[in-house]
Design a protein around this ligand. Structure first.
Ligand code: HPA
Length: 272
């Protein structure tokens, strides 16, 4: 079997042939938040089905393409749609695009997602800066032999979400008049939404929001030495805190807050 490094060589060579040059920031756009990629200037678009070693994304509402270009003056490689563990992909597959970003020399990753609010002070439509996470997915993308050329066997996760990036994002939010909460993201495997009991457990454990993504990518980013900024869009209150949950509501809420979301990401990116 090819090593991760051999696969990465094939993928990056292909991506570079499509006109992708310098990458400063990787950007992962979650459920309903993909529209930001439309603002990337001089965009080069590569659909996932063309990229060597990329799987096909199966979730509706995800375009499934890489968009490269300039956003807020920075060279970005954005994922419009991500791969989820609940789709049946391995953790290594879910995090492969982050490895590609690192191989293309990105120094930072901005991750975004839709999440359920667990903190009782949150409401649907809030944006939450991710301060830290709890990996409750039952797996880890670093299981297996470690490739020392890529990162350490036991990565430090003391400041997975870069403190100075968080401070910058908070300052920008304040300046722009965008309310921005801050909290811990707790990741479940999905695809079921949590039960009310699981949500109570998440709250006791210190979670402020729950979701089904992001944590694998952030672990891979830390392992690869990328700085991370994470933003959740609280699309609903988690199970037990409201009547019932459905994906339509998630999509509708992101529609409502996407203007603020886009402004926050672009204005923050400008000064990072
Ligand atoms: N739980 C898990 N994932 C989610 C939720 C939720 O309540 N809302 C949006 N993504």
């Amino acid at each position: 079997m090819d090593s991760l490094q051999e696969k990465l060589k094939e993928t990056t060579e292909f991506i570079q042939k499509q006109g992708v040059g310098e990458v400063e920031f990787g950007l992962i756009l979650g459920s309903g938040l993909g529209e930001l990629a439309e603002e990337i200037e001089d965009a080069k678009i590569i659909t996932y089905d063309k990229v060597p070693h990329f799987p096909i994304s199966t979730v509706t509402g995800h375009a499934g393409q890489l968009v490269y270009g300039t956003l807020a003056g920075k060279k970005v490689l954005a994922m419009q749609g991500r791969f989820h563990y609940y789709e049946g992909h391995s953790m290594q597959t879910v995090t492969y695009p982050v490895r590609v970003m690192a191989a293309l020399k990105a120094h930072s990753l901005i991750v975004t997602n839709a999440a359920g609010g667990v903190n009782e002070d949150f409401k649907a439509g809030d944006l939450m800066l991710i301060a830290d996470h709890i990996n409750f997915m039952g797996s880890n993308p670093l299981f297996g032999p470690n490739e020392d050329e890529i990162g350490p066997r036991f990565p430090d996760m003391s400041e997975a979400y870069d403190m100075s990036y968080r401070q910058t994002a908070q300052k920008i939010a304040e300046k722009q008049g965008i309310p921005l909460k801050e909290g811990n993201y707790m990741a479940f495997s999905g695809p079921t939404y949590e039960t009310p009991a699981e949500v109570r457990f998440a709250r006791i454990a210190g979670g402020d929001a729950v979701g089904m993504s992001t944590v694998p990518e952030v672990i891979a980013a830390c392992h690869s030495g990328l700085k991370v900024l994470g933003i959740s869009c609280i699309t609903n209150l988690a199970a037990g805190m409201q009547k019932s949950l459905n994906h339509d509501e998630v999509v509708k809420t992101t529609e409502r807050v996407k203007a603020d979301f886009k402004t926050l990401v672009k204005e923050t990116l400008k000064v990072l």
